[in-house]
Ligand binder design. Structure first.
Ligand SMILES: Nc1ncnc2c1ncn2[C@@H]1O[C@H](COP(=O)(O)OP(=O)(O)OP(=O)(O)O)[C@@H](O)[C@H]1O
Ligand SMILES: [Mg+2]
Length: 365
């Protein structure tokens, strides 16, 4: 291979990095004949880097995160440092504000003034980003709709503390990676799992520490909510109730899930109680949204490692009065055909990392 071709090969590949509370996920993709092609991907549990079990949310010091990133990049045989990075929803403050009709030029100023009411720290301590939510009627009939200047606007405002970005920048530099952006994981998930269209959907991301809910309308985030219960809570409850180690409980959860049959009645009950709590909260959010905006949520898209639990979708289908599907972010990529089944299985866990990688790839165009 000539120097030039290896140079180009390297340059056209990009990484998506997702540092979750319990595991790091990486995905490497490249562009080929206009399609995003999967090159490699991998996952690494963070627990062991903080002296706790796999599957649990870990509080890992920066130097250990760097070590973990280097390990996963090596294990997955990635070949580039070009990447984008997802930031946890918990690192940000997301608000939806309404602003009065103002000329375009003054928009930023007015948004900053309004946003100050929602952001509990001085604005110079945060990175502030915002986007105006397009008016619905402008989709239906552009000409007859009232001009935005006369109507006022709804604006999505995202604030991230500078300290958070600084910490991430140090971790990325220490890992030898060159990120071109950091984005809140919500936007990565939306890119990876929501199809274009006008329907309203709810993404449920069940991670280790928490379960995150995003309501997305016409591809745009309209509401988000964090439920402080994740998949690790099932494991910890099992360990306690059944007097088994956390590792044993984690294995049992992953091996049998809700499909253990009569011998595993206690396991089934404990999982069900925990999931019922999450579904109840999610339903409340959903109904609240439907009432407030007079919109029907037509589909629930399941993401995050927690939804891999056996029998999860069956229970979710009973709990939600709407269509429930497993996220298929690998479906946005070209993947080896013989592994289709494996990708369908792993999909929900890699939604964030794939969404990040897709954005980084689009930057190359
Ligand atoms: N096959 C499985 N069955 C049941 N649970 C599983 C399975 N695989 C993974 N999990 C659980 O999923 C959780 C990890 O999911 P994920 O990787 O999405 O979390 P995370 O991104 O690290 O966390 P968060 O999004 O809360 O920061 C762990 O608690 C793990 O026990
Ligand atoms: Mg996650």
């Amino acid at each position: 291979m000539s120097f030039l071709s290896s140079f180009f090969k390297k340059e056209s590949s990009v990484l998506g990095i997702d540092i979750g509370s319990s595991a790091i996920k990486v995905v490497q993709i490249k562009k080929k004949r206009g399609r995003a092609v999967l090159e490699t991907y991998g996952e690494l549990a963070l627990g062991p880097y903080a002296g706790i079990e796999v599957g649990r949310a870990a509080s890992v010091p920066a130097d250990k995160i760097i070590e973990a990133i280097k390990d996963i990049l090596r294990e997955s045989k990635t070949t580039t440092g070009l990447c984008g990075v997802a930031l946890p929803l918990s690192s940000s403050l997301i608000s939806f504000i309404s602003i009065p009709p103002v000329p375009e030029k003054q928009m930023a100023e007015v948004i900053a003034i309004e946003a100050r009411k929602y952001i509990p720290v001085p604005l110079n301590e945060v990175l502030l980003d915002w986007s105006v939510i397009p008016k619905e009627d402008s989709y239906v009939n552009e000409e007859e709709s009232v001009k935005p200047e006369k109507q006022g606007s709804d604006v999505l405002v995202v604030a991230i503390h500078n300290q958070y970005i600084n910490d991430y920048q140090n971790i990325m530099a220490g890992s030898g990676l060159q990120p071109s952006f950091y984005e809140i994981e919500i936007f990565s998930s939306i890119r990876a799992v929501v199809d274009q269209g006008i329907s309203t959907v709810m993404i449920v991301d069940m991670g280790a520490r928490s379960t995150k809910l995003y309501i997305v309308e016409r591809g745009i985030l309209r509401a988000s909510h964090i439920i402080n219960k994740g998949s690790q809570d099932i494991t910890l409850a099992l360990s306690k109730a059944m007097s088994i180690t956390v590792n044993e409980a984690e294995n049992m959860k992953r091996t049998y899930g809700l499909k253990g049959g009569p011998e595993y009645r206690e396991l089934t009950e404990i999982i069900t109680v925990n999931l019922d709590y999450i579904f109840y909260e999610a339903n409340a959010s959903l109904l609240n949204y439907q009432k407030k905006f007079a919109k029907n949520v037509s589909k629930i898209i399941l993401t995050g490692g927690g939804v891999l639990l056996k029998g999860f979708t069956d229970l979710a289908k009973i709990s939600f009065q709407t269509n429930v599907v497993y996220a298929d972010p690998f479906g946005k990529l070209e993947t080896p055909a013989f592994l289709t089944e494996e990708f369908a299985q792993a999909g929900p866990e890699f939604a964030v990392a794939i969404g990040v990688a897709l954005r980084r790839l689009s930057e190359l165009e």
